[in-house]
Design a protein around this ligand. Sequence first.
Ligand code: GRF
Length: 212
Amino acid sequence: MHIFNPTMTRPKIIVLISGNGSNLQALIDASASGALPAEISLVISNRSTAFGLQRAANAGIETLVFPLKPYKDAGKTREEYDADLGALVASKNPDLVVLAGWMHILSRGFLDALPDVVINLHPALPGEFDGAHAIERAFEAYRKGEIARTGVMVHRVIPEVDRGEVVLKREIPILETDTVETLEERIHSVEHAIIVEGAVQRLKDLGKLPAI
Ligand code: GRF
């Protein structure tokens, strides 16, 4: 059982990104408004060109680029990259690690260093459209008459892609008038809410925020 200690400082979150960082922005805004009573202490990107790095810098958050290429160039494995990244993140003692558009699959080498604290955002419902291009695949399935709705979820991260225990999920109807672009837009706006709520929920589950 986790017991909340009210004298604790704000929990620390490390966010991993690969691109635009609109979900990171939602977390930054929620941290500033108090909707997410936690501090984003570090943003890590695997790509130096990720716009999310700019968003973090604008908010005065420390950033780090941790690319895979030097590992590949040195003949090192993905497991070695994951283990080094895991050790680095764990050395900062985060209360929560949020994968917000992080485009690498993280193996046990990373996850073993950070038990229980890693969550991911995925633009599909549990068990549907795991992995990349989930929105496009859902839209295609809708056009074939296979589904009438899709959704988004925040889930705990395990080595099986997009299969960890669900923290929060939300269904999103697909409309007759939708194009893949309008659907994507609607999904992103729901993501921006659920990533904040999912982070709060997981921190509560871990006893890092009061469970009320
Ligand atoms: C989101 O749709 C997320 O679910 C997916 O990648 C996208 C990242 O968007 N894994 P952003 O970088 O947060 O704007």
